[in-house]
Design a protein around this ligand. Sequence first.
Ligand code: PBG
Length: 328
Amino acid sequence: MNQYANVRMRRNRRDNFNRKLVREVTLSCDDLIQPIFVCEGQNYREAIPTMPGVERLSLDLILKQAENLVALGIPAIALFPVIRAEAKTPDAEESFNPEGLIPRVVRALRAHLPELGVITDVALDCYTSHGQDGLLDGSGYVVNDATVAVLVRQALSHAEAGAQIVAPSDMMDGRIGAIREAFEEQCYVNTRILAYSAKYASAFYGPFRDALESAPKEGDKKTYQMDPSNAREAIREIHSDEEEGADWLLIKPGLPYLDVIRLTREHSELPIAAYHVSGEYAMLKAAEEKGWLDYESCLMESLVSLRRAGADMIFTYGAIDAASILKR
Ligand code: PBG
């Protein structure tokens, strides 16, 4: 008898039934959130070259797309607007226009599919002419408190339109508490806040900025988004967002930051979302186009890895693909 016979790890991998029973985490349609790029127009769709398979869609097409999501059992969508260049200003006034693109899409979705969760992005980068997530002072620095005041107005316009969840992705200090207070005062007591708690200054957002034409005209976002070298700092962000009244926490990007998701799981009892971002999706699609990787298998492995790290839910451009694969 060989010396390993008592402990043969492979016994538990011998049969499919056994592998199913000992599986530690699973991925289900219930865990998926589909980000959607919305634009003005009628029956209008436009491909995004750096995100094969993802399109900018006008409101009427979004309603159809949302029907598909509901049919597949995906619980929620996250909306991101393509704002016309003419509507962009240094101080992002369009971001809190109650008749703006996002409030109009939210109202239509809530009326058409009341059971679908609608998550809106609270941030100014799509609305500023300079592409930063906030207002600038004379030196080009993004000022915190004046930006938070605009974010509060933006979040209120989304809540008023019927969004069940608003998701501040801007990384200003104190914005969760300020939005929570305004919601309580205005009787939006059940509108949830998903805090992008640890959002890193990442190059993996490149294709997203192509999709929304929202790349900063000058400089980068390193004075507000986190340094990729830091993990302990993420714990401080998590604790402050919790104290300010966040309902969910989000870590972003996904796969390069699995350790941060795990740390968040260990330091918080709140639900955790991971964002499998545009660059992660683009890498899989590009490798598929070259015939170098199997997109479907790599997507499912990426998503289950985010779950294993501790994410309860995942924002992914592959949500429809993953749900279709799970249904098969
Ligand atoms: C905007 C925002 C960004 C993403 C989500 N919200 C871009 C950025 O911060 O520059 C990136 C999402 C992705 O890459 O998929 N505040």
